[in-house]
Design a protein around this ligand. Structure first.
Ligand SMILES: NC(=O)c1ccc[n+]([C@@H]2O[C@H](COP(=O)([O-])OP(=O)(O)OC[C@H]3O[C@@H](n4cnc5c(N)ncnc54)[C@H](OP(=O)(O)O)[C@@H]3O)[C@@H](O)[C@H]2O)c1
Length: 330
């Protein structure tokens, strides 16, 4: 049975991935690496993981050594921590040659913001990135939002010893599973932003395009990629073709901001029911103003060919925020 090492088990995505792994592959030995020492009983007794390792992502020697002992690594812990990806790759590359070795890395479509404009408006000339165009994937570089780890993973995939898969989601919304109520990166950052400003902003006219996907659709796709990779004796295609973008409907930031604003207002977290148009400077620091200021456009054709079914129809972001907004007070 192939063994799996999972990073990110207490996060929005990882909390679901661990359950999906045990459901689909109950007999695969599953190790989780986490710094939270309070949920071991849940992980062992309820989920059924075989091994728990406590540590942080800066313990690179331990991570490399653990990766060396596993057939499959799934990193839904960090798309920003280059050292973590280097450690994973270092360990996996030291495995016995001839052993099938898979790395599934979750990155993010924040890489694909259109940097020519930062006025919060959409532009007809904005680049549209395609997951089935290898020339687009070759443009990914360390200067992009998640580009450091991505580059490490692509270089490892090129070496041929590790079968790498990289998945790019946009805003992920939804609830975490299990005892830790993780908001996930973007829901967390929006919560921080409303607490910082007292309202939810958008930049300029707010027509800049963004995109969102429900966590269930993300996890289903991770499982699809894993199943596909396990079915192959040899890595298929080039490293630039084992890359998938997933998402939902293109949406202007003004809409997304207004949905979050209403949710925070209804919860008493902010006094303003509508999002406010501001300049980039007035939106403050961090990733959210950066994302809000640019178009981010992409297609999901390669993912669809693999079987990606799109976002979860019944729970689009607006509906989720109006009915499920109590995640912010849990
Ligand atoms: N959520 C989104 O909107 C979104 C969008 C695009 C891409 N992504 C990417 O998708 C992946 C999963 O996202 P997510 O929203 O599920 O993330 P998340 O909820 O923030 O979870 C991150 C996980 O990594 C762990 N972690 C972070 N830093 C650590 C460290 N230094 N040492 C040990 N553990 C550490 C966290 O542990 P603790 O519980 O101990 O903090 C948690 O289990 C990430 O790579 C993210 O960048 C997310």
């Amino acid at each position: 049975m192939p063994s799996i090492l999972l990073f990110g088990v207490t996060g929005l995505v990882g909390s679901h991935v661990v359950l999906a792994l045990k459901k689909k592959y109950p007999n695969f030995p599953l190790t989780v690496y986490l710094r939270n020492a309070t949920i071991d009983t849940y992980l062992r007794a309820t989920v059924g993981v075989s091994r728990i390792e406590h540590g942080t992502y800066d313990e690179v020697e331990r991570i490399a050594s653990l990766a060396k002992d596993h057939d499959i690594v799934i990193n839904v812990g960090s798309s920003w921590d280059t050292g973590l990806s280097e450690a994973i790759v270092d360990g996996l590359s030291k495995r016995d040659s001839g052993k099938k070795t898979i790395l599934i890395h979750m990155s993010g479509t924040g890489n694909f913001v259109e940097t020519r404009w930062n006025d919060g408006a959409t532009h007809a000339e904005s680049k549209i990135w395609h997951d089935d165009d290898s020339e687009d994937i070759k443009l990914i570089n360390p200067k992009m939002l998640n580009g450091g780890p991505d580059t490490v993973v692509y270089e490892a995939g090129k070496s041929g010893t590790i079968e790498t898969y990289v998945i790019y989601p946009p805003i992920i919304y939804g609830r975490a599973a299990g005892p830790v109520s993780a908001l996930g990166i973007i829901q967390y950052f929006m919560h921080l932003k409303v607490k910082e400003l007292g309202f939810i902003p958008y930049i300029g006219d707010g027509t800049a395009i963004t995109n969102a996907v429900h966590v269930h659709a993300v996890v289903d796709f991770v499982m699809l990629v894993l199943t596909q990779s396990l079915g192959e004796d040899e890595p298929q295609k080039s490293v630039y073709e084992r890359v998938y973008f997933i998402g939902g409907t293109e949406t202007p930031w003004k809409n997304v901001s207004n949905w979050f604003a209403e949710a925070f207002f209804n919860l008493g977290i902010s006094g303003e029911k509508k999002a406010r148009s501001v300049t980039l400077e007035e939106a403050g620091e961090g990733e959210i103003p950066m994302l809000m200021s640019h178009d981010m456009r992409f297609t999901t054709r390669r993912a669809e060919k693999l079987g990606y079914g799109g976002n979860v129809e019944s729970e689009q972001l607006r509906e989720f925020l109006s009915h499920g907004s109590n995640i912010f007070t849990a």
